[in-house]
Write a protein that binds this ligand. Structure first.
Ligand code: A3P
Ligand code: MG
Length: 357
Protein backbone atom coordinates (compact mmCIF):
# COMPACT_ATOMS: atom_id res chain seq x y z
CA UNK A 1 0.00 0.00 0.00
CA UNK A 2 1.41 3.41 -0.88
CA UNK A 3 2.01 5.96 1.88
CA UNK A 4 -0.56 8.80 1.72
CA UNK A 5 0.82 12.11 0.40
CA UNK A 6 4.31 10.65 -0.20
CA UNK A 7 4.76 12.41 -3.57
CA UNK A 8 3.26 15.64 -2.25
CA UNK A 9 5.70 15.56 0.66
CA UNK A 10 8.68 14.95 -1.62
CA UNK A 11 7.70 17.78 -3.98
CA UNK A 12 6.85 20.20 -1.13
CA UNK A 13 10.17 19.56 0.63
CA UNK A 14 12.09 20.05 -2.65
CA UNK A 15 10.21 23.30 -3.35
CA UNK A 16 10.70 24.68 0.18
CA UNK A 17 14.38 23.67 0.12
CA UNK A 18 14.97 25.60 -3.11
CA UNK A 19 13.05 28.60 -1.73
CA UNK A 20 15.24 28.45 1.40
CA UNK A 21 18.40 28.56 -0.70
CA UNK A 22 17.01 31.49 -2.68
CA UNK A 23 15.90 33.53 0.33
CA UNK A 24 19.19 32.83 2.17
CA UNK A 25 21.06 34.16 -0.84
CA UNK A 26 19.31 37.55 -0.55
CA UNK A 27 19.06 37.60 3.25
CA UNK A 28 20.90 40.65 4.60
CA UNK A 29 21.91 41.68 1.09
CA UNK A 30 18.82 43.52 -0.15
CA UNK A 31 19.57 46.83 -1.78
CA UNK A 32 17.48 49.85 -2.72
CA UNK A 33 14.66 49.02 -5.16
CA UNK A 34 14.40 45.41 -3.92
CA UNK A 35 11.65 46.05 -1.36
CA UNK A 36 8.27 47.72 -1.61
CA UNK A 37 5.33 48.41 0.67
CA UNK A 38 2.02 46.75 -0.14
CA UNK A 39 -1.43 48.32 0.10
CA UNK A 40 -1.83 46.94 3.65
CA UNK A 41 1.46 48.72 4.59
CA UNK A 42 3.37 45.44 4.97
CA UNK A 43 6.76 45.05 3.25
CA UNK A 44 7.47 42.67 0.37
CA UNK A 45 10.89 41.96 -1.14
CA UNK A 46 12.35 40.37 -4.26
CA UNK A 47 12.92 37.38 -1.95
CA UNK A 48 9.16 36.96 -1.28
CA UNK A 49 8.22 37.25 -4.96
CA UNK A 50 10.94 35.02 -6.36
CA UNK A 51 10.38 32.34 -3.70
CA UNK A 52 6.67 32.31 -4.62
CA UNK A 53 7.60 32.09 -8.32
CA UNK A 54 9.86 29.09 -7.62
CA UNK A 55 7.47 27.16 -5.36
CA UNK A 56 4.45 27.78 -7.61
CA UNK A 57 6.44 26.76 -10.70
CA UNK A 58 7.36 23.45 -9.06
CA UNK A 59 3.81 22.83 -7.78
CA UNK A 60 2.37 23.79 -11.18
CA UNK A 61 4.55 21.21 -12.87
CA UNK A 62 3.99 18.41 -10.32
CA UNK A 63 0.27 19.02 -9.65
CA UNK A 64 -1.06 21.09 -12.56
CA UNK A 65 -4.68 21.06 -11.42
CA UNK A 66 -4.12 21.95 -7.77
CA UNK A 67 -5.04 25.55 -6.90
CA UNK A 68 -2.69 27.64 -4.73
CA UNK A 69 -3.55 30.27 -2.13
CA UNK A 70 -0.34 32.29 -1.97
CA UNK A 71 0.38 35.52 -0.11
CA UNK A 72 1.81 37.50 -3.04
CA UNK A 73 0.56 38.55 -6.47
CA UNK A 74 2.40 40.06 -9.43
CA UNK A 75 0.23 43.19 -9.92
CA UNK A 76 2.93 45.65 -8.85
CA UNK A 77 5.56 43.79 -10.87
CA UNK A 78 3.53 44.05 -14.07
CA UNK A 79 3.54 47.89 -13.82
CA UNK A 80 6.20 50.06 -15.41
CA UNK A 81 7.41 50.94 -11.87
CA UNK A 82 8.04 47.24 -11.18
CA UNK A 83 10.55 46.67 -13.99
CA UNK A 84 13.70 46.69 -11.87
CA UNK A 85 12.26 44.36 -9.26
CA UNK A 86 10.84 42.08 -11.95
CA UNK A 87 14.24 41.68 -13.60
CA UNK A 88 15.86 40.74 -10.32
CA UNK A 89 13.05 38.28 -9.50
CA UNK A 90 13.40 36.57 -12.88
CA UNK A 91 17.16 36.30 -12.35
CA UNK A 92 16.79 34.88 -8.82
CA UNK A 93 13.99 32.46 -9.71
CA UNK A 94 15.80 31.11 -12.77
CA UNK A 95 19.07 30.75 -10.87
CA UNK A 96 17.19 28.65 -8.30
CA UNK A 97 15.11 26.59 -10.72
CA UNK A 98 18.09 25.69 -12.89
CA UNK A 99 20.61 24.98 -10.16
CA UNK A 100 21.93 21.47 -10.03
CA UNK A 101 21.48 20.38 -6.44
CA UNK A 102 22.10 16.72 -7.10
CA UNK A 103 18.91 15.81 -5.28
CA UNK A 104 17.51 13.52 -7.94
CA UNK A 105 14.37 15.58 -8.51
CA UNK A 106 15.44 17.55 -11.56
CA UNK A 107 14.06 16.50 -14.90
CA UNK A 108 10.70 15.18 -13.82
CA UNK A 109 9.83 18.44 -12.07
CA UNK A 110 11.26 20.75 -14.70
CA UNK A 111 14.29 21.64 -12.60
CA UNK A 112 17.98 21.79 -13.41
CA UNK A 113 20.18 23.21 -16.16
CA UNK A 114 18.41 24.56 -19.24
CA UNK A 115 15.02 24.95 -17.48
CA UNK A 116 14.83 28.76 -17.50
CA UNK A 117 11.33 30.25 -17.53
CA UNK A 118 10.37 33.45 -19.33
CA UNK A 119 9.47 36.54 -17.27
CA UNK A 120 5.81 36.02 -18.31
CA UNK A 121 5.86 32.42 -17.11
CA UNK A 122 7.30 33.49 -13.77
CA UNK A 123 4.79 36.34 -13.29
CA UNK A 124 2.01 33.87 -14.13
CA UNK A 125 3.48 31.42 -11.63
CA UNK A 126 3.32 34.09 -8.89
CA UNK A 127 -0.30 34.80 -9.85
CA UNK A 128 -1.19 31.13 -9.66
CA UNK A 129 -1.36 31.94 -5.93
CA UNK A 130 -4.54 33.98 -6.43
CA UNK A 131 -6.98 31.19 -5.57
CA UNK A 132 -9.81 32.23 -3.27
CA UNK A 133 -9.62 29.13 -1.03
CA UNK A 134 -12.70 27.33 0.25
CA UNK A 135 -13.92 24.19 1.94
CA UNK A 136 -13.94 21.71 -0.95
CA UNK A 137 -11.14 19.85 -2.68
CA UNK A 138 -7.37 20.09 -2.67
CA UNK A 139 -5.42 23.34 -2.44
CA UNK A 140 -1.96 24.44 -1.43
CA UNK A 141 -1.29 27.49 0.68
CA UNK A 142 2.05 29.31 0.55
CA UNK A 143 3.75 32.07 2.48
CA UNK A 144 7.00 32.46 0.54
CA UNK A 145 8.57 34.54 3.33
CA UNK A 146 6.59 34.52 6.52
CA UNK A 147 7.96 37.17 8.88
CA UNK A 148 9.14 39.54 6.16
CA UNK A 149 9.88 42.09 8.89
CA UNK A 150 12.16 39.56 10.61
CA UNK A 151 13.78 38.81 7.26
CA UNK A 152 14.50 42.54 6.81
CA UNK A 153 15.88 42.82 10.36
CA UNK A 154 18.21 39.84 9.79
CA UNK A 155 16.26 37.71 12.28
CA UNK A 156 13.80 34.80 11.90
CA UNK A 157 11.61 34.08 8.88
CA UNK A 158 10.11 30.95 7.34
CA UNK A 159 9.09 29.56 3.95
CA UNK A 160 5.72 27.94 4.68
CA UNK A 161 3.80 25.54 2.46
CA UNK A 162 0.79 23.38 3.31
CA UNK A 163 -1.62 21.10 1.49
CA UNK A 164 -5.26 21.42 2.55
CA UNK A 165 -7.86 18.85 1.50
CA UNK A 166 -11.53 19.58 2.19
CA UNK A 167 -10.53 22.23 4.75
CA UNK A 168 -8.21 19.88 6.69
CA UNK A 169 -4.46 20.48 6.58
CA UNK A 170 -2.85 17.19 5.49
CA UNK A 171 0.77 18.22 4.97
CA UNK A 172 2.92 21.09 6.19
CA UNK A 173 6.51 21.97 5.29
CA UNK A 174 8.35 24.93 6.81
CA UNK A 175 11.86 26.05 6.03
CA UNK A 176 13.62 28.26 8.60
CA UNK A 177 17.00 29.10 7.05
CA UNK A 178 18.11 31.24 9.98
CA UNK A 179 16.93 29.07 12.86
CA UNK A 180 19.64 27.33 14.94
CA UNK A 181 19.44 23.57 14.48
CA UNK A 182 19.73 23.23 18.24
CA UNK A 183 18.32 25.99 20.44
CA UNK A 184 20.83 25.21 23.18
CA UNK A 185 23.60 26.11 20.73
CA UNK A 186 22.40 29.44 19.25
CA UNK A 187 25.76 30.13 17.59
CA UNK A 188 25.92 26.65 16.04
CA UNK A 189 24.67 25.55 12.61
CA UNK A 190 21.53 27.24 11.27
CA UNK A 191 18.85 26.18 8.81
CA UNK A 192 16.08 23.65 9.44
CA UNK A 193 13.15 22.18 7.56
CA UNK A 194 10.11 20.99 9.52
CA UNK A 195 7.71 18.48 7.97
CA UNK A 196 4.40 17.04 9.17
CA UNK A 197 1.95 14.73 7.43
CA UNK A 198 -1.44 13.96 8.99
CA UNK A 199 -1.15 10.69 10.93
CA UNK A 200 2.55 10.30 10.09
CA UNK A 201 4.19 12.52 12.73
CA UNK A 202 6.43 15.60 12.70
CA UNK A 203 10.11 15.85 11.83
CA UNK A 204 12.95 18.32 11.76
CA UNK A 205 15.83 17.97 9.29
CA UNK A 206 18.65 20.06 7.91
CA UNK A 207 17.91 22.12 4.77
CA UNK A 208 19.92 19.50 2.86
CA UNK A 209 17.55 16.80 4.16
CA UNK A 210 20.22 15.38 6.48
CA UNK A 211 19.54 14.25 10.06
CA UNK A 212 15.75 13.78 10.01
CA UNK A 213 14.62 13.75 13.64
CA UNK A 214 11.10 13.01 14.92
CA UNK A 215 9.57 15.73 17.07
CA UNK A 216 7.33 15.34 20.11
CA UNK A 217 6.35 18.30 22.28
CA UNK A 218 7.76 17.62 25.74
CA UNK A 219 5.43 17.81 28.73
CA UNK A 220 6.19 21.08 30.44
CA UNK A 221 5.45 21.48 34.11
CA UNK A 222 3.78 24.66 35.42
CA UNK A 223 6.96 26.36 36.57
CA UNK A 224 8.89 26.16 33.34
CA UNK A 225 6.06 27.18 30.97
CA UNK A 226 6.92 30.23 28.90
CA UNK A 227 5.43 31.95 25.89
CA UNK A 228 6.51 32.39 22.30
CA UNK A 229 5.13 35.56 20.75
CA UNK A 230 5.57 37.92 17.77
CA UNK A 231 8.31 40.51 17.78
CA UNK A 232 5.78 42.93 16.28
CA UNK A 233 3.35 44.24 18.92
CA UNK A 234 1.02 45.23 16.06
CA UNK A 235 0.64 41.53 15.12
CA UNK A 236 -0.07 40.19 18.59
CA UNK A 237 -0.73 42.05 21.84
CA UNK A 238 2.31 41.90 24.08
CA UNK A 239 0.40 43.50 26.95
CA UNK A 240 -2.38 40.89 26.82
CA UNK A 241 0.17 38.08 26.81
CA UNK A 242 1.84 39.57 29.84
CA UNK A 243 -1.56 39.59 31.57
CA UNK A 244 -1.93 35.87 30.75
CA UNK A 245 1.59 35.27 32.13
CA UNK A 246 0.53 36.93 35.38
CA UNK A 247 -2.57 34.73 35.64
CA UNK A 248 -0.32 31.68 35.29
CA UNK A 249 2.41 33.09 37.55
CA UNK A 250 4.90 32.82 34.72
CA UNK A 251 8.01 34.78 35.54
CA UNK A 252 10.13 33.89 32.51
CA UNK A 253 10.16 36.56 29.82
CA UNK A 254 8.46 35.56 26.55
CA UNK A 255 10.60 34.50 23.62
CA UNK A 256 9.89 36.96 20.80
CA UNK A 257 10.36 35.65 17.30
CA UNK A 258 9.00 36.44 13.85
CA UNK A 259 7.11 34.03 11.62
CA UNK A 260 5.85 30.46 12.01
CA UNK A 261 9.29 29.60 13.38
CA UNK A 262 7.36 30.01 16.66
CA UNK A 263 5.35 26.87 15.87
CA UNK A 264 8.59 25.08 14.95
CA UNK A 265 10.20 26.05 18.25
CA UNK A 266 7.13 24.95 20.18
CA UNK A 267 7.15 21.58 18.37
CA UNK A 268 10.69 20.89 19.55
CA UNK A 269 10.16 22.19 23.09
CA UNK A 270 11.96 25.57 22.81
CA UNK A 271 8.92 27.24 24.36
CA UNK A 272 5.83 26.15 26.26
CA UNK A 273 3.02 27.86 24.32
CA UNK A 274 2.50 30.13 21.32
CA UNK A 275 0.04 32.94 22.02
CA UNK A 276 -1.19 35.28 19.30
CA UNK A 277 -3.77 37.75 20.50
CA UNK A 278 -5.53 40.20 18.17
CA UNK A 279 -4.48 43.81 18.67
CA UNK A 280 -7.57 45.45 17.32
CA UNK A 281 -10.80 44.87 15.51
CA UNK A 282 -10.89 43.95 11.90
CA UNK A 283 -7.71 41.97 11.19
CA UNK A 284 -8.32 38.42 10.04
CA UNK A 285 -5.49 35.91 10.25
CA UNK A 286 -4.41 34.49 6.88
CA UNK A 287 -4.50 30.74 6.24
CA UNK A 288 -0.88 30.73 4.97
CA UNK A 289 0.29 32.15 8.33
CA UNK A 290 -0.99 29.12 10.27
CA UNK A 291 -1.71 26.02 8.14
CA UNK A 292 1.78 24.48 8.14
CA UNK A 293 2.41 25.47 11.78
CA UNK A 294 -0.88 24.03 12.99
CA UNK A 295 -0.30 20.57 11.50
CA UNK A 296 3.27 20.54 12.82
CA UNK A 297 1.99 21.12 16.37
CA UNK A 298 -0.80 18.55 16.05
CA UNK A 299 1.56 15.92 14.66
CA UNK A 300 4.08 16.68 17.42
CA UNK A 301 1.32 15.89 19.93
CA UNK A 302 -0.01 19.38 20.68
CA UNK A 303 -3.25 21.31 20.29
CA UNK A 304 -3.98 24.49 18.30
CA UNK A 305 -7.13 26.56 18.77
CA UNK A 306 -8.06 30.20 18.59
CA UNK A 307 -8.26 32.36 21.70
CA UNK A 308 -11.84 31.20 22.32
CA UNK A 309 -10.99 27.51 22.09
CA UNK A 310 -12.42 26.95 18.58
CA UNK A 311 -10.51 24.91 16.00
CA UNK A 312 -8.89 26.90 13.21
CA UNK A 313 -11.16 26.77 10.15
CA UNK A 314 -9.09 26.61 6.96
CA UNK A 315 -12.15 26.25 4.73
CA UNK A 316 -13.47 29.82 4.75
CA UNK A 317 -11.33 31.34 2.02
CA UNK A 318 -7.99 33.14 2.26
CA UNK A 319 -8.53 34.09 5.90
CA UNK A 320 -9.36 32.29 9.12
CA UNK A 321 -12.57 34.30 8.99
CA UNK A 322 -14.20 32.99 12.16
CA UNK A 323 -11.12 32.71 14.38
CA UNK A 324 -9.64 35.25 16.78
CA UNK A 325 -6.01 34.82 17.72
CA UNK A 326 -4.19 31.54 18.25
CA UNK A 327 -3.33 29.43 21.29
CA UNK A 328 -0.95 26.54 20.60
CA UNK A 329 0.62 24.29 23.23
CA UNK A 330 1.36 20.72 24.18
CA UNK A 331 -1.64 18.59 25.16
CA UNK A 332 -1.12 18.97 28.90
CA UNK A 333 -0.55 22.75 28.82
CA UNK A 334 -3.19 23.82 26.29
CA UNK A 335 -6.29 23.70 28.54
CA UNK A 336 -4.46 25.58 31.27
CA UNK A 337 -3.24 28.30 28.91
CA UNK A 338 -6.67 28.66 27.28
CA UNK A 339 -8.34 29.00 30.68
CA UNK A 340 -5.80 31.70 31.59
CA UNK A 341 -6.55 33.53 28.32
CA UNK A 342 -10.29 33.50 29.18
CA UNK A 343 -9.57 34.79 32.69
CA UNK A 344 -7.27 37.51 31.38
CA UNK A 345 -9.97 38.58 28.90
CA UNK A 346 -12.58 38.75 31.66
CA UNK A 347 -10.23 40.84 33.83
CA UNK A 348 -9.49 43.16 30.94
CA UNK A 349 -13.21 43.63 30.24
CA UNK A 350 -13.88 44.34 33.91
CA UNK A 351 -11.16 46.99 34.00
CA UNK A 352 -12.54 48.60 30.84
CA UNK A 353 -16.04 48.70 32.33
CA UNK A 354 -14.74 50.23 35.57
CA UNK A 355 -12.79 52.84 33.61
CA UNK A 356 -15.97 53.81 31.71
CA UNK A 357 -18.10 54.43 34.83
N1 A3P B 1 -2.55 43.37 12.43
C1 A3P B 1 -2.08 42.13 12.30
N2 A3P B 1 -2.43 41.18 13.20
C2 A3P B 1 -1.95 39.92 13.09
N3 A3P B 1 -1.12 39.51 12.10
C3 A3P B 1 -0.75 40.41 11.18
C4 A3P B 1 -1.21 41.76 11.21
N4 A3P B 1 -0.67 42.41 10.16
C5 A3P B 1 0.08 41.51 9.49
N5 A3P B 1 0.02 40.30 10.09
C6 A3P B 1 0.63 39.04 9.68
O1 A3P B 1 1.66 38.71 10.59
C7 A3P B 1 2.61 37.93 9.88
C8 A3P B 1 3.89 37.86 10.62
O2 A3P B 1 3.64 37.24 11.83
P1 A3P B 1 4.68 37.33 13.02
O3 A3P B 1 4.47 38.61 13.75
O4 A3P B 1 4.29 36.14 13.84
O5 A3P B 1 6.03 37.23 12.44
C9 A3P B 1 2.70 38.65 8.56
O6 A3P B 1 3.16 37.72 7.61
P2 A3P B 1 4.23 38.18 6.48
O7 A3P B 1 5.48 38.54 7.17
O8 A3P B 1 4.31 36.97 5.65
O9 A3P B 1 3.57 39.34 5.79
C10 A3P B 1 1.26 39.09 8.30
O10 A3P B 1 0.56 38.16 7.49
MG1 MG C 1 3.13 35.54 6.71
Amino acid sequence: MSIPFATEKQVAVAAVRRACLLTSSVFNKLVKNETLTKGDKSPVTVGDYSAQAVVNTILGRAFPTDPIVGEEDANELRQESGVIMRQRIVELANETLTSELGLGEMVEWGLGPGQERTPEELMDAIDRGNHAGGAVGRMWTLDPIDGTKGFLRGEQYAVCLALIVDAQVQLGVMGCPNLPVDASNPDGPKGCIFVAVRGQGAQQMAVSGANPTPLTIPTISGDSLNFLESVEAAHSSHSFNSRVSSVLNITRAPTRMDSQAKYCCLARGDGGAYLRMPTGVGYREKIWDHASGAILIEEAGGIVTDSRGSSLDFGLGRTLGENFGVVAAGKAAHAKVLAAVMQAKAEEEEEKTKARV
